[in-house]
Design a protein around this ligand. Structure first.
Ligand code: PNS
Length: 165
């Protein structure tokens, strides 16, 4: 069975990668798709987000990375899938994700949303928090894949090394 894991991935975090790896063990094929989120001003261009995702998923043969615009559910159908994968961190995610899942169900009743609970060590992570910490010179080692950390350090050199540095 094929599934789509959509998101803004601006940038991909260790929490996203954990969901991707676990979803790739459940589904035969997983398409990770970068969508613009009009509610969020992006840091990285879509092409760069796709490139980073491709690099960090190179070890997963059944995962492909794509980008799209417009509504999610017709895209899911176009790529031959019927399942949307979303990661769920805390109750604070639930209301938003619940409303999106119900709206997507209304738009196409045959497309199912499947939630994968975050691993506890990543439950507080978000791309926004990573960007905030990195932009203020904080260390994000272990919270994002190395390629993302390199890109963030190019933008903002680390001023506050982590305890292990
Ligand atoms: O990582 P994010 O920002 O939480 O991802 C949100 C995303 C991209 C999954 C959501 O904005 C989305 O589905 N966008 C596609 C447009 C769409 O279908 N919107 C209606 C959703 S009910």
């Amino acid at each position: 069975m094929k599934a789509v894991y959509p998101g803004s991935f601006d940038p991909v975090t260790a929490g996203h990668l954990d969901i991707i790896e676990r979803a790739a063990r459940i589904f035969d094929r997983l398409v990770v798709t970068v969508f613009p989120n009009p509610a969020k001003a992006p840091l990285f261009a879509v092409e760069e987000r796709v490139a980073m995702l491709r690099e960090v998923t190179r070890h997963l043969p059944n995962v492909e990375v794509d980008s799209s615009e417009g509504l999610l559910v017709p895209y899911v159908r176009r790529v031959g899938a019927r399942v949307i994968v979303k990661g769920l961190r805390a109750m604070s995610d639930f209301d938003y994700e619940f409303r999106m899942a119900l709206m997507n169900k209304k738009l196409d009743p045959e497309v199912e949303t499947v939630f994968i609970l975050t691993s506890s060590q990543y439950s507080y992570l978000s791309s926004s928090l990573i960007k905030e910490v990195a932009s203020l010179g904080g260390c994000v080692t272990g919270l994002v894949p190395p390629v993302v950390e390199r890109r963030l350090r190019e933008l903002w050199p680390v001023q506050e090394p982590g305890p292990g540095s």
